[in-house]
Design a protein around this ligand. Structure first.
Ligand code: UFG
Length: 342
C-alpha cells in the first residue's frame, strides 16, 4: 500500500515523507513545486508534479493508496491578507477537491496540516483544542474552514473515512540527513519565520534582526511562541496514521490535536539561543509590533500525548536551533548554480 504526501517537496512535507520511507512505507509525493523544491523530495519517494486539485483523482485512482498526509498549502499570513483568493482557493477549494477524490476512491485515512492560527488571540494559555477558534488572519480562517469540512466528510462517511487535523505551533529545526539522505529544512523564497531570519544574520546575509515589539505583556516584553522540532512533528503524523488504521476510532471520525512542546520561548530568548549556537553577536533592533501577532501562543499537547501516544524528544531550544543552523550552513555552502536549480 502507498501513502501520499501532498506538499512533500516543502519543509514539513519532505520530512514527513522521509519518516514514512524510514518506516518502510511506499511514498508518493504530490507537489506543484510552486514553493517546494524538487531536490527536497526524499530519495525513494515518487514525485508527481501537479496541483493537488488537478492530480488527486489520477493519483488516488491508482488503487493502492491507503492514506494521505495533506501538507500542500499557502502559508504566508501577510500574503493571505493581501491576496485572500489565493488562500481560499489554494487551501479550501483544493482540499475540498482532495476530499471528494478521497471519498470517490475510498481512501480511508487523512492527516491534515492545520495550524495554531485557527485559534487567533487566545483567552488562556496553554491552548487546548476546546479553546475558541477566532482566527485573526485569512490564513488561519482557511485552515479552520478545512478542519470543519474534514469533520463533516468524516461524520457522513459512517466510519469509512477518518481523519486527524494536527494544529502546528511554531515548527522549527531541520531533519539531519542520515547516510546519503539529504538534510531537510526550511528554505522559503520569502522567509518570514524568526529562526531562519536570525540565522541569516549569523550567516552575514542580513545585517540585523528586527524584534517585533518589546511591550507585550510577557516577562521580557517580546512575543512568546512554542517551538516544535520538525522531526517530532513528522512523528506525530505517523502516529496519527497509525491511530486511523486501528480500531480506536476518533469520535465522529475526526480528531483535532495541537502539536507543540508546551513550553514558550520569547523572541529575545530565541535570539540568545542563536547567539550561543552560532557564536555570532547577532545585532537586534526593536521594531513596531507586526499586525495580527498574538502576544503568547503556547500549546497544550495533552491530547496528542494521550490520543496519539506522542512524546516530543527534541524539546531543547539550543538543540532545535543547532539543527536549523547546520541546515542553514549547508544550504549557504551550496553553489549559487546548485541553489538556482533546486
Ligand atoms: N518575529 C520577529 N522578527 C522577525 C520575525 C518574527 O520578532 O523578523 C517574531 C514574531 O513577531 C513572532 C515570533 O517572532 O512573535 C515568531 O514569528 P514567526 O513568523 O516565526 O511565526 P508565527 O508565530 O508568526 O507563525 C507561525 C506559523 C503560522 C502559525 C503560527 C502558530 O508561521 O503558520 O506559527 O504559532 F500559525
Amino acid at each position: 500500500m502507498t501513502l501520499v504526501v501532498t506538499g512533500g517537496a516543502g519543509y514539513v512535507g519532505s520530512v514527513c515523507a522521509q519518516h514514512l520511507l524510514d518506516a518502510g512505507q511506499d511514498v508518493v509525493v504530490v507537489d506543484d513545486l510552486s514553493t517546494g523544491h524538487r531536490d527536497a523530495v526524499p530519495d525513494g519517494a515518487r514525485l508527481v508534479v501537479g496541483d493537488v486539485a488537478e492530480v488527486a483523482d489520477e493519483v488516488l485512482g491508482a488503487g493502492d493508496v491507503d492514506g494521505v498526509i495533506h501538507c500542500a498549502a499557502r502559508s504566508l499570513v501577510g500574503e493571505s491578507a493581501a491576496e485572500p483568493a489565493k488562500y481560499w482557493h489554494g487551501n479550501v477549494v483544493t482540499t475540498i477537491r482532495l476530499l471528494d477524490a478521497l471519498r470517490h476512491h475510498g481512501v480511508p485515512r487523512l492527516v491534515f496540516s492545520s495550524t495554531a492560527a485557527t485559534y487567533g488571540e487566545p483567552e488562556s494559555s496553554p491552548i487546548t483544542e476546546d479553546a475558541p477558534t477566532r482566527p485573526t488572519n485569512t490564513y488561519g480562517a482557511t485552515k479552520l474552514a478545512v478542519d470543519h469540512a474534514i469533520g463533516t466528510y468524516a461524520a457522513a462517511s459512517g466510519g469509512a473515512f477518518r481523519a486527524v487535523s494536527l494544529r502546528y505551533f511554531n515548527v522549527a529545526g531541520a531533519h539531519a540527513g542520515a547516510g546519503d539522505g539529504a538534510a531537510l529544512g526550511e528554505r522559503h523564497a520569502v522567509e518570514t519565520h524568526l529562526i531562519p531570519l536570525v540565522l541569516q544574520v549569523a550567516l552575514g546575509q542580513r545585517d540585523e534582526i528586527a524584534v517585533f515589539g518589546d511591550d507585550w505583556p510577557t516577562a521580557d516584553g517580546t512575543c512568546v511562541r512554542d517551538y516544535i522540532h520538525v522531526d517530532d512533528l513528522a512523528e506525530a503524523h505517523l502516529l496519527a496514521l497509525d491511530l486511523l488504521a486501528g480500531s480506536d476510532t476518533p469520535e465522529g471520525g475526526h480528531l483535532v490535536c495541537n502539536l507543540g512542546n508546551g513550553t514558550g520561548f520569547s523572541v529575545l530568548e530565541v535570539i540568545e539561543a542563536c547567539r550561543r549556537v552560532t557564536g555570532h553577536p547577532i545585532p537586534a533592533r526593536v521594531a513596531p509590533r507586526r499586525t495580527g501577532d498574538p502576544g503568547v501562543l503556547v500549546a497544550s499537547s495533552a491530547r496528542a500525548r494521550d490520543e496519539l501516544g506522542w512524546k516530543p524528544t527534541h524539546t531543547d531550544l539550543d538543540g532545535i536551533v543547532a539543527d536549523a543552523w547546520a541546515f542553514a550552513r549547508s544550504l549557504a555552502a551550496r553553489s549559487p548554480a546548485a541553489r538556482s536549480r533546486a
